[in-house]
Design a protein around this ligand. Sequence first.
Ligand code: EPU
Length: 424
Amino acid sequence: MPEAECCITVRNIGPLQGEVFVPGAKNAVLKLMAASLLADGVFEIANVPDIADVTIMSELLTAIGLRIHRPEPDTVVIENTGDLTPVAPYELVERIRASINVLGPLLTRCGHVRLSMPGGDDFGARPIDLHVKGLEAMGAEFKFAHGYLEATAERLHGAHITFDFPSVGATENLVTAAVLADGVTIIDNAAREPEIIDLCNFLVKMGARIEGIGTSHLRVTGVERGRLHACSHETVPDRIQAATYIAACAVAGGELDLLNAQPTHMAMVLARFRDMGMELTPLPYGLRVAAPDRLRSTDVATLPYPGIATDYKPLIITMLSVAEGVAIVTENLYPGRFRYVEELQRLGADIRTDGHHAVVRGVPRLSGAPVKSHDIRAGAAMVVAGLAAEGTTTISGVHHIDRGYDDLVGRLRAVGADIERVPA
Ligand code: EPU
């Protein structure tokens, strides 16, 4: 069924029970795919989530000159023959924020790149000044005209860059540019999300020289173009999808085994979930999750990794909506990222927002209604809210959910949820 014509309906029918496989992380695999622009050869990336953003990234990279196929739904094979056209057109860039990740690899490999300016998101502006300033420090020259940015640099050189803020995308662009630059690049206050570690490990397998992986001080020694080669890699598991199934279990009740979840990547958010009464037991192959009779409220603030990711926040606010007590949630990354609160209020949640804070007063149950998904994470939170609501919740804007979730409906159905995709 075409995505635009779909809704998801959810009904609360009680506890969830069983196993859920957590797929690879969207925010890792898209960056690995972009990094394959750096070297000739055949790359094989495994544990790839079957999501729309992977398809869109494949289209973008194909337009640039890569050959991509998927022998299995969870595997992407990318052939880079070196015949690249370093242009990222508007029609593709506007569909996917991670298209900005082709900037570093194309500039350092081809010496120039023409990229449509990425737009914002429903939760606010997404500037790229840190990407641009960092690449300028490495010798790039930028021109902006007619909605495109054009960057040139015969060969980038090493530089010492200190970020004002540990931006995920800017860290990724600078690392992927620095691997082929002349000399040493130091990035201070670098972002250190598990997905960035995954990208650095991928680059090292390709022959890149990176020290300080997993810390906020990265040291990259550039190598000659011919020294990088293709590699095989397994994508790190998706901590946000894992948290989505924890949230589902938290509001519906029951017990789930999250296969392939990586609890060490989620330490802070798991601590908050425990504060809320969740029982969480690491397993050799994932994480066991058991819900209390009723969740307890706890205050939460988002921060760059290892803090609590902003992407968890819609899920956490949904959990707090039905918890016992009052909680204050503070958003420190995207001040406007509260749009889904209006939708939760339509389901009977008692939430007030003031600037970048939300005060959530838990109610015993939500009440099903039609709601809209405004972005990937907000959409997943609406599905979770539906599991906490009396009656039927119908979620529109499903294409947002499909951008980042690999069969959310099927996975929840398999553990006992009453959920389906229906024509709008
Ligand atoms: N920022 C700047 N200037 C820049 C770059 C960022 O001011 O040059 C600001 C942003 O405006 C924002 C903050 O820094 O306030 C965080 O931005 P960051 O660059 O760290 O985020 P991103 O790379 O654009 C990635 C994820 C987001 C996730 C954020 C934060 C991808 C494709 N996207 O975005 O994920 O919310 O990091 O963790 O990796 C999602 O998956 O749904 C999603 C939105």
